[in-house]
Structure formats: structure tokens, C-alpha cells
Design a protein around this ligand. Structure first.
Ligand code: ANZ
Ligand code: ZN
Ligand code: ZN
Length: 817
């Protein structure tokens, strides 16, 4: 067993001392930017899922570096956020201390894995020199009315004690608390107007060829572009623009339903209906908007009526539980004859149901298929698909409506009522209103009281301030920003980490960006990956970026499960600590194992046996290079290594690491006692991206450079002799077959006949009969030496032996005399 601990520490130290992975812009070199989604540094440290994703990225970064690219490969910490604050409350330590201790531990562990980051570029989002620029971006958005405050029904998690963005509500539950229903509260909150970019965010997906379809589809659905018509209904003298995808059913409207959470609901409720409506709204307040589809449709009459724009009929307006407050106008024109939700509602409250499209039986259920219009005045007799267009055109002509596009995507709610986040840099002044802070950053106060609501609110020194405009008394905003703000632009800051004059130097960002390979999990499809695209577009519009999208390629890694196939978790007792494994087998073996079991994009289970097998292979490499004679390689080895270089290069390029490793293992198996220096070095280079420490160690026997900075081996097509390799490997099989036959019959042979197949059998083979005969004749002396007897080689056509019939191409019949 080789002393991996010593070797790994030695090379980690050397890489650091010699700043081997430090990079700077270099116009003469092509750049390549590899980035892994940065972690939240929790006190539990690195887990195996982390080691897996970093190993994937590190192999890629090393590969690109050796291929001559100037590789930017940084690491940082998404270190603001709730868990630190909760831990602080529980353990009575300050979130800053908790966070910084965690980061130290993370860095140490990552260094143990041999990751080739440029550590000079480390980002810590809780550092005021970083979040200063979060605040700066916020104020740029504020200036352009893209950051605004409004009161609206919002999602509130009672466990997080803060509001959540729509993206953070999963099936009506908090994304951090799968057991906690999100409540609806009416609060005044800060939003970023991501909807201004909805169209571009949607359209841009079509150009992201390097992103998996899975992610693009999730985003498409989340953005939810929908084409329809906006129709004006008058209610109490005011126009309400109602969004519908089915203007063809306009004559079938028999009631309207406004969302019970609508901010303008009060305007619609008449005096005598107030009590009833209030009761209904109260009952609903504990139900999230996301659960809407599963609820029984319910509602109450508001007392108001809408005027149908074409028939002038009076239509009752209900407040209901199945209409989204912030989609369209928050009110629907209900067509019970042709929409199932409306049908159920109408049945429950005895409202009229009207047929306007022929085809179904609207006494039983809503008819939602195609058909001909009836009861629709001058549109009768038209196919409903056609009617969508005609009715919209008519409404347009009469100035009663127009085509409209709606997005499911909502503005991003970024207010959080918690301490450990970026302070929103706004001051409230009675005279001046919302005033942006002039001197950034607004720092988080150090001394705060935890556990009694938002610690910033109770901190008088923080709250009380002067108005930057009139110098009068004013109060600071105490909400902090969602931590997804911090990760929406971090990839840019890596390009220019120490800039304290500007968010970054444009020239540096122009050189490094976009990210060429972004690596992360699919759970971020609708959160982080939408936000980072939004920020990129906004900063581009400020004139700071030339790019439209943050990343050209996105690689989504698989999930590593416990040995039992379950998600690793403490309660199941199947957690694997990477440091344990590094102590037992070394980082090189762990790295190799993590990418050899499966393709990096698929899920796989932890498996001790495979890790041990990786460990044995690494040891075998060590042993081989310690005793190999550097001299000449055989033709066969030359051929094999050149072909391996060719194939492994393609495998790594396409993230087929597991296949590359199979080929590396096979190559080592074929190696002979003597090989030439170039072939030995080529093997080590291929091996180095997976097991960099041992590769450096073995490389240092022949060279004084770092293998990590060497160039990737080139293959020579002329040296690849496929036929020779086929013959050689069948020859090996032949020898082992002869051996087992001799063992079976238990006598010493005098003479052995080898009969190759009929020439007609070779038609489809790559090797012809003639070539096999020649090869065996050339190898006769090897056979005779090995078995210490005479060998006779012949063709099936010429043989009188019964066994000749069994001969096949590359599988000669063996007759022992
Ligand atoms: C009348 C109608 C008749 C509708 C019919 C459907 C079928 P997408 O495709 O998702 O955009 N709608 C409008 N605003 C809504 C809101 N705030 N909450 C819930 N539903 C709302 O769906 C558009 C359709 O969803 C609209 O078309 C409207 O119902 C409903 F036979 O209008 B429809
Ligand atoms: Zn929560
Ligand atoms: Zn003022």
C-alpha cells in the first residue's frame, strides 16, 4: 500500500506554495470558465454530494487547463441565510462566527480533495465588501423602478418566520419545511420586477443549446407564457380587464369570480355583503395559493355586478377560492358550460349554465372540446377555434378588448424579516419618502438580540438614522434580501474579486464571461437559474455586460444515494463522510470512485466495494510505475495507448468519465514490463485529472514540472493498429484456453495443433484467415516457449481432424497430442 496521506499532503502544499492554479487574464490564450454552484457553508461540513459535484468540475477544469485553455475555476460561499441565524439562536453563537467557522472547515476539506481552485478569488457573500454590490444593484433597479415596495397577499412560513418567494413554495409547503403549510398574509414587501424580462427569459431558452431540455422545460413552465384576450367588463363604473384564453365562450359567461385574496376586493363588496365576505376570506387565509387546484370550489356573492360587454347583461360577481390573485387581473369570466371549475362552482351555488359550443351534454359536465358556436348572436355557426380570432377582432374594433399575453412568472419577492441577509439600502423619511442610502454598504450591526422577531427591527441604533436627502430624522428599512440575490451575480465577481471602486472591471468580465461550463443540481431550475439569468440581462442593460446569458453549457449532476439506495440522511444512518474515506483510502481513490460507478449525470448508490476496487487500481498504478523499465514500447502498447488517448479525450469532453476510467484500467492491464517514456507520461497525464496527487508524485520521477500544468497527450493515428490489437487480445485468450485444457486433461503435451477457421468464415471479420495464420506463425516461438512443446498451425480446409469443424475466426480449434 502506498502512503497516500503523505503524497497528497505534499502535493497540496506544493500547489499552494507555487500558486499553480492562480490565473489572470491573458489575451493570447483562449479562456475557459468552469463553475460549480457554490455551497452554503453549514457547520456539518462537506458531504459526499459536495465531493461528487466538485470532483466532476475539477476533472473538467484540469482537462481544459491541460488542453491549453486559460481556465478560471473559482470557489466561494453563499454564506448569508436562515440556517446560520437559526443555528445562532439555538447554540447562542453569533451567525458571523458560525458562518466563518463553517467556511474555514469547508476550505480545509475541499483542499483535502485536491480541487484545483484559484483560491485567491474566494467569495464570501456575508462579507460587506461583497454585499455592498448587492445593495448597489438593488439601488440601480430602484432608480429604474425595477425594485419597488407594494402591499399584497404573500406567502409566509411560520417556521422560517419570514415571507417567501413564489419559487420557494413547493406544493403549498415551505421549501425548507416540507411539513409546513405556507400561509397567506397581507404585507408590504419589496419586489424585483423580473416580469419585465419575462418575454426575454422565455425566448432566450430556445438559444440555450448547451442546457439540458429538462431544465429548459421546467423554466418554460414556470415562466408560463400564455396567449389570450383581455376583455373589458364594467363593474360599478370601472373597467376590469379580464384575461381569458377562450374569448369564443364570451356569450356563455354567467357569473364572474374574483380572487378572495385580491387587493381590490373591498371595492367590490357592497355594504350588506360585507360580513359574509369577511367570514369567507378569514376562513381562507390559512390556505396557500399553490393549493388552489385541489380545493373544493367555493365562494360568496360580493353584491356587485359586471356588465357583459356585448349583451349588456348584469352578471353577478363572486369572490372565490380558485382564482389566483396575481394572475391576469385576478378575476375570471366564468363559463360553466365549458370550463369544469366553473361548472362545479355553478352547480354548488345554483347558477345558470349556458351552452355556447355544441357537442357535449352540459347538464352532466362542462364541454371543453371543439365545436360550432350557438347562442352567440352574430357568431353562431362558426367553429370555435375560428371564433377566438373573430370575437377578439370584433372586441378590438369596438375598443372592448385586445389580444394579450400573460405570464405565470411573478415579480420576485425579496423582502425577508430576518437578520442574516443583505440589508435593503433604503431609508424612510416622512418628508422625502423612500430614499436610497448614499454610502454603501449598509452594514449589518454586530450586536443584536435574537429570538424576538427581526433583530434589525429591535436594534435602535440601526433603525434610527438621518435622511440622506433632507438630513431630518428617518428610519432604515429593516427587511433584508432573499439570499438568492447574492447568488444571482456572484459569477461576475469572481472575475474581479478585490475591486472596491466598481462592482467589477468590465474588461475582466468581458474576458472571462460567460461561464463555459456551469455545474449544479436540478433543484435550482426555477429559482437560482432564473434569477441569475434575470440579473445578467439587467446588468447588460446597465451597459456592464456584453452577454445575454450567464452560462453557455449547464451540466446537471446526478444524485449520490446511500448504500441502501435511499437519500443520505442522519435518520437512516447511511451518511458517508468524505473525510473518513479520504483518511482510509486517500482523496485520489475517493475521486476516482465517485466518477467511475456511473455517468456523472445519473444517480448512483454509494458502494464500499467499488471504492475498494478504485483503491486497488490506484495502488496498482503506483506499483507499476515503481518497477517499470523505461525503454521501448511494443507495437501493441503503442497502438493501444494512442487509441486510448483518442477515446478518453472524447469521453472526458462529454462527461463520460466512467467510460474513460474503464479504458484507463484496461490500458494498465495491458502494459508490459518495459515501455517508452512518452507512453508512460501519456498514461500519467490521462490519469492525472482523476488522481492528481499520485500523478504528480509519479511524474516527478521523470520531470521537474507539475503534471497539472502539462499539456494533454496527443495521439498519433498512424500508430493505432486495430488489427494488431484484435489479434493480440485473441492470442491472450488462446494461451489461457490452452492452459486450462492442459490442466483439465492432466498430461504433458508433445505436440499441439491449432486449426484456424474456414476462409469463408472470415468474410465479415476485420481480420482475414491469411492474417491470422501469419500472426500465429510469427508467434509460434512464444507458444513453444510457454508450453514447452511443438506447435503446428493449419487451416480447417486442410485438416483431417474432427475438431477442425469447431474452429472459428480468432478462435482456433485446439488439438493436444
Ligand atoms: C374563460 C374561460 C372559458 C376560460 C373556458 C377557460 C375555459 P392559462 O392558459 O393558464 O393562461 N384565468 C384567468 N385569470 C385567472 C386567475 N387569476 N386565476 C385562475 N384562473 C384564471 O389559463 C387562462 C384561463 O384561466 C382563462 O381563460 C381564465 O378562464 C382562467 F371555457 O376564461 B378562461
Ligand atoms: Zn420555512
Ligand atoms: Zn428626508
Amino acid at each position: 500500500m502506498y502512503s497516500f496521506k503523505e503524497i497528497e499532503e505534499k502535493w497540496q502544499k506544493k500547489w499552494e506554495e507555487k500558486q499553480v492554479f492562480k490565473v489572470r487574464e491573458d489575451k493570447k490564450k483562449k479562456k475557459y470558465y468552469v463553475l460549480e454552484q457554490f455551497p452554503y457553508p453549514s457547520s456539518t461540513g462537506l458531504h459526499t454530494g459536495h465531493s461528487f459535484i466538485y470532483t466532476i468540475g475539477d476533472i473538467y477544469a484540469r482537462f481544459k487547463r491541460m488542453n491549453g485553455y486559460n481556465v478560471l475555476y473559482p470557489m466561494g460561499y453563499d454564506s448569508l441565510g436562515l440556517p446560520a441565524e437559526n443555528a445562532a439562536i439555538k447554540a447562542k453563537i453569533h451567525p458571523r462566527k458560525y458562518t466563518e467557522d463553517s467556511i474555514k472547515n469547508f476550505v480545509k476539506q475541499q483542499k483535502h480533495l485536491g480541487l484545483s481552485y484559484d483560491w485567491h478569488r474566494m467569495i464570501k457573500t456575508h462579507d460587506p465588501s461583497y454585499y455592498k454590490w448587492d445593495q448597489w444593484i438593488f439601488l440601480e433597479m430602484f432608480k429604474k423602478n425595477l425594485a419597488y415596495k407594494k402591499e399584497s397577499p404573500v406567502n409566509y412560513c411560520s417556521k422560517c418566520k419570514t415571507v417567501l418567494a413564489n419559487e420557494q413554495v413547493h406544493d403549498g409547503k415551505c421549501w425548507r419545511h416540507e411539513d409546513t403549510d405556507v400561509e397567506i398574509r397581507h404585507l408590504s414587501q419589496w419586489y424585483l420586477k423580473i416580469t419585465d424580462y419575462a418575454e426575454e427569459l422565455n425566448k432566450g431558452l430556445d438559444k440555450l443549446d448547451g442546457w439540458p431540455d429538462l431544465i429548459k422545460n421546467l423554466q418554460k413552465n414556470w415562466i408560463g407564457k400564455s396567449y389570450g384576450t383581455e376583455i373589458k367588463f364594467k363593474i360599478n363604473g370601472k373597467d376590469w380587464k379580464i384575461f381569458t384564453t377562450r374569448p369564443d365562450t364570451l356569450y356563455g359567461v354567467t357569473f364572474m369570480v374574483v380572487s378572495a385574496q385580491h387587493t381590490k376586493l373591498r371595492e367590490l363588496v357592497t355594504y350588506d355583503r360585507k360580513e359574509e365576505v369577511n367570514k369567507f376570506v378569514k376562513k381562507l387565509s390559512s390556505v396557500s395559493q399553490e393549493n388552489i387546484d385541489q380545493l373544493e370550489k367555493e365562494g360568496v356573492f360580493t353584491g356587485s355586478y359586471a356588465i357583459h360587454p356585448l349583451t349588456m347583461e348584469k352578471i353577478p360577481v363572486y369572490a372565490g377560492n380558485f382564482v389566483l390573485a396575481d394572475y391576469g387581473s385576478g378575476m375570471v369570466m366564468a363559463v360553466p358550460g365549458h370550463d369544469q371549475r366553473d361548472f362545479e362552482f355553478a352547480k354548488k351555488y345554483n347558477l345558470p349554465i349556458k351552452e355556447v359550443i355544441k357537442g357535449g351534454d352540459i347538464k352532466k359536465e362542462a364541454y371543453t372540446e371543439e365545436g360550432i358556436l350557438v347562442n352567440s348572436d352574430k357568431f353562431n355557426g362558426i367553429n370555435n377555434k375560428k371564433a377566438i380570432e373573430e370575437i377578439t377582432n370584433y372586441l378590438k374594433k369596438e375598443n372592448l378588448g385586445k389580444e394579450a399575453v400573460n405570464f405565470r412568472l411573478k415579480d420576485w419577492l425579496i423582502s425577508r424579516q430576518r437578520y442574516w441577509g443583505t440589508p435593503i439600502p433604503i431609508v424612510y423619511c416622512d418628508r422625502c419618502g423612500f430614499v436610497p442610502v448614499k454610502n454603501l454598504p449598509v452594514k449589518l450591526p454586530e450586536k443584536v438580540k435574537f429570538g424576538e422577531g427581526n433583530p434589525l427591527e429591535t436594534n435602535k441604533d440601526f433603525v434610527n438614522t438621518k435622511c440622506p436627502r433632507c438630513k431630518g430624522k428617518a428610519k432604515r428599512e429593516t427587511d433584508t434580501m432573499d439570499t438568492f440575490v447574492n447568488s444571482s451575480w456572484y459569477y461576475l465577481r469572481y472575475c474581479d474579486i478585490n475591486n472596491n471602486k466598481n462592482i467589477f472591471d468590465k474588461k475582466k468580465v468581458d474576458y472571462w464571461c460567460p461561464i463555459d461550463m456551469y455545474i449544479g443540481g436540478k433543484e435550482h431550475a426555477c429559482m437560482h437559474l432564473i434569477y441569475i439569468r434575470f440579473y445578467t440581462k439587467f446588468l447588460r442593460d446597465l451597459g456592464l455586460l456584453k452577454i445575454d446569458e450567464p452560462a453557455i453549457n449547464l451540466f446537471v449532476q446526478g444524485m449520490l444515494h446511500g448504500e441502501d439506495g435511499n437519500k443520505m440522511s442522519k435518520s437512516l444512518g447511511n451518511i458517508i463522510d468524505p473525510l473518513d474515506m479520504i483518511n482510509r483510502y486517500g482523496a485520489d481513490s475517493l475521486r476516482l470512485f465517485l466518477v467511475s460507478v456511473a455517468s456523472p449525470s445519473s444517480d448512483f448508490n454509494w458502494n464500499d466495494k467499488s471504492l475498494e476496487s478504485s483503491f486497488r487500481f490506484v495502488n496498482k498504478v503506483y506499483d507499476y510505475f515503481n518497477k517499470v523499465k523505461i525503454g521501448k514500447s511494443s507495437k501493441k502498447i503503442e497502438s493501444k495507448i494512442n487509441r486510448s488517448i483518442k477515446e478518453i479525450t472524447e469521453d472526458i469532453k462529454n462527461f463520460r468519465y466512467n467510460l474513460a476510467i474503464i479504458k484507463l484500467r484496461d490500458l494498465l492491464d495491458k502494459f508490459e514490463d518495459e515501455i517508452n517514456k512518452k507512453d508512460a507520461e501519456s498514461f500519467l497525464k490521462l490519469f492525472s485529472v482523476f488522481c492528481p496527487h499520485l500523478a504528480e508524485e509519479l511524474w516527478s520521477k521523470y520531470n521537474r514540472s507539475f503534471i497539472s500544468l502539462e499539456s494533454w497527450p496527443k495521439f498519433d493515428e498512424k500508430l493505432i493498429d486495430e488489427k494488431l490489437e484484435i489479434l493480440e487480445s485473441s492470442f491472450e485468450k488462446l494461451i489461457s484456453d490452452i492452459r486450462s485444457i492442459i490442466k483439465m486433461i492432466g498430461v504433458k503435451p508433445k505436440e499441439i495443433l491449432l486449426i484456424v477457421g474456414y476462409s469463408g468464415m472470415y468474410k465479415k471479420e476485420k481480420i482475414k484467415q491469411e492474417q491470422e495464420i501469419n500472426f500465429l506463425n510469427d508467434s509460434k516461438n512464444i507458444l513453444e516457449k510457454e508450453f514447452n512443446c511443438k506447435f503446428i498451425i493449419s487451416r480447417a480446409e486442410e485438416s483431417k481432424e474432427e475438431k477442425a469443424k469447431k474452429a472459428k475466426p480468432l478462435k482456433p480449434a485446439i488439438v493436444i497430442k
